[in-house]
Design a binder for this molecule. Structure first.
Ligand SMILES: [Cu+2]
Length: 152
């Protein structure tokens, strides 16, 4: 015999769980949506231990390697001020993580999977640059796996 109290707490729990399920499903789809229509597209591939940037618009590739002896990077990611950049991120060997801390960009670079993310480049003067750093430990020279986003 089910009494009223048991019926109430059972239905209340079902309603709560259903509400949380519906809300989180909507949220997951919302998180997957791009913030705005991208104006630039860049394919980013993490390698041990450098970033490869491929620009499909003009077919150019840059392997961005860090030289610790001169504390410099030979090339980086370039985008105009105010652009909405979509990065399509993957890994060539092990899991890396593409991170631009100042812009709140962080996305995993996983072999065999293409993750994408779009972000807005701040409207700052050309020449301004932002650090890009791998944030997933990926081997001996993980600490040198850095590059930059240059507003150009
Ligand atoms: Cu890495």
């Amino acid at each position: 015999m089910v009494n009223k109290l048991e019926l109430v707490w059972t239905l209340a729990t079902v309603a709560l769980i259903t509400g949380v399920a519906v809300y989180s499903t909507i949220l997951v789809y919302h998180l997957d949506a791009l913030p705005a229509s991208p104006t630039e597209y860049v394919d980013v591939t993490g390698h041990q231990w450098y970033w490869e940037f491929y620009y499909p618009a003009n077919g150019t590739t840059c392997n961005s390697t860090y030289d610790p002896t001169t504390n410099s990077v030979n090339c980086g990611l370039y985008a105009p001020p105010g652009a909405v950049v979509q990065v399509n991120v993957t890994g060539a060997d092990v899991i890396h993580s593409f991170n631009i801390p100042q812009l709140g960009v962080r996305i995993d670079a996983i072999p065999g999977r293409m993750n994408y993310f779009a972000f807005s480049v701040p409207n700052v003067s050309p020449g301004t640059s932002y650090l890009i750093q791998c944030t997933e430990f990926c081997g001996t020279f993980h600490g040198t796996m850095r590059s930059f986003l240059e507003v150009s």
